[in-house]
Design a protein around this ligand. Structure first.
Ligand SMILES: Cc1ncc(COP(=O)(O)O)c(C=O)c1O
Length: 398
């Protein structure tokens, strides 16, 4: 059968999405216009946080989180090896030291017990923070991580790039949305095209902490503020003449070393339009996950899989498969472009150069030998998914 290429993930751009981008391009604003705030307000409402800050991409969001939390040279921060490099790199941008701690092989998430062991093995104050990742869209139990972080006076950045719309249920039976700011100090999201919400490039930080929020706004735009309530120089200096009772209209101050990490208004318009369909996207992702889970249950060639899990946002659907290289190549021959998430971050040459080596995180390394991410996106049709499942069965059973 001559099928069209099936990627592991892809964006879905509708005519309505295109229309709102065109309207924004025809408006007075290209960057930092009204769509930015609309997107931020709508996104904060979607995840249930007080504040949201739109940014150029998820990596910029991570960098600003590390800056806002004052990560400095030598500060030790814990994260998982099974993530995209940016989750760790943000700490390095600020001169901090990344400590990779192993995963739970059932959930593929940072194992809290291993993190506890690390913390207990060193004097209090050794570590500054934790970056748990809602890998593949599965929500980390941040209530448990918060309790541990409180014992050791640590901050938490939740990397929720894979999990807008994901949640876990806390010990009181209450649903806690990824990025709602209840347990993590800051959470970050990405709007890269393979993610749930696509804006080309794009990112968001959510938080419930007003001070951090204000810091982030400044850091996003060169460390500049236009808020007269925050100005440090005198009105006389600002105006260039004596006895002033107000700051002149043009005046602004650069108070800290910031960046240009702004999102454009037309990207925000696209993100907002996509956000309106986020719920239906998640419903479809969960249906696809259930189909895979049923198809691969008790199959001898499948060692593990993402499975059907409540609250999972299914950015990815991972199976752990025997002869993973053979399967990957076979699927490619049939134009099914599966992908691998992730090569353990601590074994990237950059981190090897910093001293990390094979055997440091054995469960992540074992997971890497078998993992393969199958096609997962809302517009994947039933027919295409059946073709993927049949192709996998054919590879093993013939
Ligand atoms: C877990 C995770 N963190 C951070 C990022 C960085 O996001 P961006 O590509 O928008 O910079 C990604 C994106 O791939 C990611 O998957």
């Amino acid at each position: 059968m001559e099928n069209k290429a099936i990627p592991y993930g892809r964006q879905n751009i509708t005519d309505e999405d295109i229309q709102v981008v065109i309207e924004t391009l025809k408006s007075d604003y290209l960057t930092q216009g009204p769509k930015i705030e609309e997107f931020e307000v709508a996104f904060a409402k979607y995840v249930g946080s007080k504040y949201a800050v739109a940014l150029a991409n998820g990596t910029a969001a991570l960098h600003l989180c590390a800056l806002a939390l004052d990560v400095k040279k030598g500060d030790k921060v814990i994260t998982t090896p099974i993530t995209f490099a940016a989750s760790a790199n943000c700490i390095r941008y600020c001169g901090g030291e990344v400590v990779f701690s192993d995963i739970d092989p059932e959930t593929y998430l940072l194992d809290i017990n291993k993190v506890r062991n690390l913390l207990e093995a060193s004097p209090k104050g050794t570590y500054k923070g934790i970056v748990p990742v809602d890998f593949a869209g599965r929500a980390v139990n941040l209530e448990e991580f918060r309790a541990l972080a409180n014992e050791y006076d640590l901050w938490i950045i939740e990397d929720a790039c894979h999990a807008p719309g994901g949640y876990f249920t806390d010990s009181k039976g209450e649903i806690q949305n990824c990025g709602n700011g209840k347990n993590a100090d800051l959470a970050i999201f990405s709007f890269h095209p393979v993610k749930h919400i696509a804006s080309g490039e794009g990112g968001m930080i959510t938080t419930n902490d007003k001070d951090l929020y204000q810091k982030l706004l400044m850091l996003r735009t060169h460390g500049i503020t236009k808020d007269a309530g925050l100005f440090q120089n005198t009105m006389d200096f600002a105006a260039g003449v004596e006895n002033q009772s107000a700051y002149p209209g043009w005046y602004m101050e650069m108070q800290t070393l910031g960046y240009n990490y702004r999102l454009t208004d037309f990207q925000a318009a696209l993100g907002l339009s996509q956000l309106n369909r986020a719920d239906e996207g998640i419903i479809r992702r969960r249906e696809i996950a259930l189909n895979y889970a049923n198809a691969f249950k008790n199959k001898p060639f499948i060692k593990g899989q993402s499975d059907s899990v409540e609250g999972h946002a299914y950015h990815l659907y991972v199976i752990e498969a025997e002869d993973r290289v053979g399967l990957y190549n076979y699927l490619r021959e049939h134009k099914i472009f599966a992908q691998i998430h992730y090569i353990p971050c601590h074994l990237m040459p950059y981190y090897r150069d910093l001293g990390w080596k094979e055997g440091d995180n054995p469960l992540s390394e074992d997971y890497y030998k078998y993992c393969i991410s199958l096609p997962m996106y809302p517009t994947l049709s039933d027919k295409e998914q059946t073709f993927v499942i049949n192709s996998i069965n054919n590879f093993y059973i013939g």
